[in-house]
Design a binder for this molecule. Structure first.
Ligand code: PMP
Length: 450
């Protein structure tokens, strides 16, 4: 299919279209009740190209979901696809044996770290999901410190396995499942739009992290020194909430002083999403452990790693095994992804298109239902709330999502009560596509939030 982006998006049927409806019926008949995305975005996918995706009825959408942030270079980037295909019929699976593709991938990942971190970093290849890498990070830190507890932050999301879920804020996912990982202590995140301590950003003195600091220093604070503090630089699923700079810097200073490994979960923010390769770079800190997954291959082939300080490398051979840790196609794609990011100044594009999106979304701020527009790079959220009582307006966000889909734009929702409309276009998105998407979203908010 040729891409003429002036012609798209183009929605030619009601949604779901007749063929999508048939696929969705089949899915409902056979697939688990826990399926999620197609409940709110009722389409069956046929083909993707760049920032666009076509459903089985021939409707073409702008994809600002990007496989939940996986498709960093859009659907089927030709050079990345070619690089991956080059490994087919050569070597596809390698457990954790060294291979040329893996070595190049490893070298590429290390080369993207800030210079000061490179020599002290080791990498573990995890099972291919973000959640599995989070599990690995926890096990590494527990083994290295000999401690059990973990500090996590309200509103955070780290995955759907038992331990990753235990670290996540989403109560509805945890409540039905008894006996999650014990020893997790939740502390407030710097969510200034809804300060968990009821303070004001100009006078709060970042008491969210101050509260953690007091608890950890207080012999009667109830929290034993934890094995790790796990944090996102921008809470993604939590509603695109960038952490305050002073929050992150104090957290780094505190954990360094108390010798607590700081784990930065860059599963969603990593690989350029916020305009630097990793979001932590914008805070001028160096974490002890970085968790990366989603966009590592640029094209949706599964791979996940933790990059960590070699002083933590005390775990035993076989401490975190897994069959699917050697996806050679993903490695080859990831090497090509890094090459393209450098060659095409993709990070510069993220910053420029991010500014464009910020300016366009800013037009929404006069709507009384729009509580806040926020984000970093190409990770943006529009928080909708009832103008009278300030409650998260999940119903409006869902309506905006549906309206946008009908007009050819795929967006996600998240945050408290799913009241935040979330946008995550491919990192190489064009100015024209950003403008089209903004037009559709603005019209959707205008139609649904009156
Ligand atoms: N950490 C973060 C910050 C995430 O956003 C996600 C997924 N949305 C995960 C971990 C879990 O990744 P996965 O779904 O690949 O297990």
């Amino acid at each position: 299919m040729t891409l003429i982006d002036t012609d798209y998006p183009l929605v030619v049927t009601d949604l779901p279209g007749p063929r999508s409806a048939e696929y969705l019926d089949h899915q409902a008949r056979w697939e688990s009740n826990a399926r999620s995305y197609p409940r709110r975005l009722p389409i069956a996918l046929a083909e993707g190209f760049g920032s666009f995706v076509r459903d089985v009825d021939g409707n073409v959408f702008l994809d600002f979901l990007s496989g939940a942030g996986v498709l960093a270079l859009g659907h089927n980037h030709p050079e990345v696809a070619e690089a991956a295909a080059g490994r087919l019929r050569v070597l596809t699976h390698g457990l954790d044996f060294p291979t040329s593709a893996k070595r190049e991938f490893l070298d590429a990942q290390i080369s993207m770290l800030p210079a000061g971190m490179r020599d002290r970093t080791k990498v573990h290849f995890c099972g291919p999901t973000g959640a599995n890498a989070v599990e690995a990070a926890l096990k590494l830190c527990k083994t290295a410190t000999g401690r059990g507890g973990v500090v996590a932050f309200q509103g955070g999301f780290h995955g759907s396995t038992h331990a990753a879920m235990a670290l996540s804020g989403l109560v509805s996912q945890k409540e039905p499942v008894a006996d999650g990982m014990p020893g997790v202590h939740f502390f407030p995140y710097s969510y200034c739009g809804r300060c968990p301590l009821g303070l004001r950003p100009d006078s709060c003195q970042v008491n969210c992290v101050g509260y953690l600091e007091k608890a950890l220093r207080d012999g009667n604070g109830g929290v034993a020194t934890p094995a790790a503090v796990v944090v996102e630089m921008v809470q993604g699923e939590g509603g695109m909430i960038p952490a305050r700079r002073d929050f992150v810097r104090r957290l780094r200073a505190l954990t360094a002083e108390l010798d607590i490994p700081l784990v930065v979960d860059e599963v969603q923010t990593g690989c350029g999403r916020t305009g630097t390769w990793f979001a932590f770079e914008q805070y001028d800190i160096e974490p002890d452990v970085v968790v990366a997954s989603k966009a590592l291959s640029g094209i949706g082939l599964p791979v996940s790693i933790i990059l960590y300080d070699r002083r933590l490398d005390t775990w035993a051979p076989g401490a975190h095994t897994g069959t699917f840790r050697g996806n050679q196609l993903a490695f080859a794609a990831g090497v090509e992804m890094v090459r393209i990011v450098r060659r095409d100044d993709v990070l510069g594009n993220v910053r420029r298109r991010g500014e464009q999106l910020r300016a366009r979304l800013g037009e929404l701020e006069t709507n009384p239902w729009v509580r806040e527009v926020r984000g970093r790079g190409l990770m943006w959220g529009v928080e909708l709330a009832d103008p009278v009582d300030g409650r998260p307006a999940g119903d409006r966000a869902a309506a905006v999502q549906t309206h946008a889909l009908r007009h050819g734009l795929i967006v996600e929702v998240g945050g408290r009560d799913d009241g935040v409309v979330r946008l995550m276009p491919p990192l190489n998105v064009t100015a024209r596509v950003v403008d089209r998407a903004a037009d559709i979203l603005l019209a959707a908010v205008a139609a649904c939030c009156t």
